[in-house]
Write a protein of this length. Structure first.
Length: 422
């Protein structure tokens, strides 16, 4: 135990003296949390995204003249009186101009699109100057042609749309909205003609809505604090294994064996030192997230107790992972595995565990795999604690972390050499 404590103290001090790695483990997660939390917070929490699209509406149509023309066409059509009467009533309820303006000025589109009624010449000038991203035109005869198309099966009306080449993304959104509107009008027209009348009203459904509370929401900054913390904790495993292999190269490992220490004690010191560094790292990042970014202000003591339990389990798991990579390095005779782990494996685990974006479908294969990664299980546990859920929701994640830690440690002990490998 004395030698193990000495090894542990040495490894922790070596880690704390590596200022470059300390900056990677402590400062980089805080910077990324601030960037991702504030830049992508709206996408994560479902808040409306404002694109500030400006569009002009040019109306050259005369709705009353169009209705009069439709009534003349209806009177000249060879239709039974009852059907003619039904089409006349249907035409009185259709407002083509209101159909178009209702779509582009709806509350949903109001979050994205600002529409201004303009003359044709002014609209073209402002579109050329990119003051407008789209110009929507209702040409002369629009009402007549739309009523004829929807009710008499004749050629339908056409919307005129001019788009700005300088803002293709915002202009494309207007195009997609109007294309969807046109498809819906065409579908309703075809359906009405097939049924020769308005479609039957859907049966009424009665019932009640029950709301079930499953925990509070987690702010974007809090989510990314957790996500970056669990991801950068994985880098500790690569650092521990890389330094261990350097000790093999400079014959430190051989001197340890000559002192009478057991090889597995040396490996255990790597696992424990990695766990100790991860605990310090997580404590710093959660404190920084609270003090600098306000991620966890107001959280009750129960949250901090749960977060401490998850942190301890994650630290043990990462320590075991570091011991496992160390054993692989010693077996392979080089530290390339440490470099591959830090450059490739950590990124894959971060994506699989949901460090950048929440894993939406936990029932899928990827969702289940992510829940068994060290960072994925820890992230789920942290989020459950932050939502104020019962301990049962995050104890499963803690158990997963401990099981993975035990499996990795067992593999490390089986693979690690019992004698000098110089």
């Amino acid at each position: 135990m004395g030698r193990l404590a000495a090894f542990l103290r040495k490894d922790v001090l070596l880690q704390l003296r590596d200022y470059k790695e300390l900056a990677l483990l402590l400062l980089m997660p805080v910077i990324l949390t601030a960037i991702l939390g504030f830049a992508l917070g709206g996408f994560l929490t479902g808040e409306p995204v404002r694109l500030d699209i400006a569009a002009g509406l040019v109306v050259e149509d005369d709705p009353e003249a169009g209705r009069a023309a439709f009534r003349g066409a209806l009177a000249a059509a060879e239709l039974p009186p009852a059907q003619r009467l039904g089409l006349s009533v249907a035409a009185s309820t259709l407002q083509p101009l209101e159909l178009v303006t209702g779509v582009i000025t709806s509350p949903e589109m109001g979050e994205l699109l600002t529409v201004e009624a303009l003359g044709a010449a002014e609209a073209r000038e402002r579109l050329a100057a990119d003051e407008l991203q789209a110009v929507i035109g209702l040409p002369e005869g629009f009402t007549e042609r739309l009523l004829n198309g929807m009710l008499l099966g004749e050629a339908s009306a056409t919307l005129e749309l001019q788009l700005s080449d300088a803002s293709p993304l915002r202009a494309g959104i207007v195009r997609d909205v109007l294309s969807g509107f046109a498809r819906e009008v065409s579908f309703q027209s075809a359906l009405g003609q097939a049924l020769q009348g308005p479609p039957p009203a859907p049966p009424s459904v009665s019932g009640t809505i029950e709301r079930v509370r499953v925990g509070g929401n987690v702010p974007a900054v809090a989510f990314y604090t957790f996500g970056m913390a669990v991801m950068f904790a994985l880098y500790v495993a690569g650092g521990v294994s890389s330094r261990a292999f350097l000790e093999r190269l400079d014959l430190t490992f051989d001197r340890v064996l000559l002192s009478g220490a057991h090889p597995l004690g040396y490996l255990a010191s790597k696992a424990l030192s990695g766990a100790a560094v991860v605990l310090l790292q997580l404590a710093f990042l959660l404190a920084a997230g609270t003090l600098l970014l306000g991620a966890f202000r107001g959280q009750p003591p129960a949250f901090w107790l749960a977060a401490g339990g998850v942190s301890l389990a994650l630290a043990l798991c990462v320590g075991a992972l570091g011991a496992f990579v160390t054993a692989l390095n010693f077996r392979a005779g080089n530290r390339a595995l440490s470099n591959v782990f830090n450059s490739v494996v950590v990124t894959l685990l971060a994506l699989l565990g949901g460090s950048f974006f929440p894993v939406q479908d936990e029932a899928s294969l990827l969702g289940r795999l992510g829940a068994w990664t060290p960072n994925g299980a820890a992230l789920n546990g942290y989020l459950s604690a932050a939502k104020g859920l019962a301990p049962g929701f995050y104890l499963d994640d803690v158990l997963r972390l401990l099981l993975v830690a035990a499996a990795l440690l067992a593999l490390a002990l089986a693979l690690f050499p019992r004698r000098s490998v110089a």
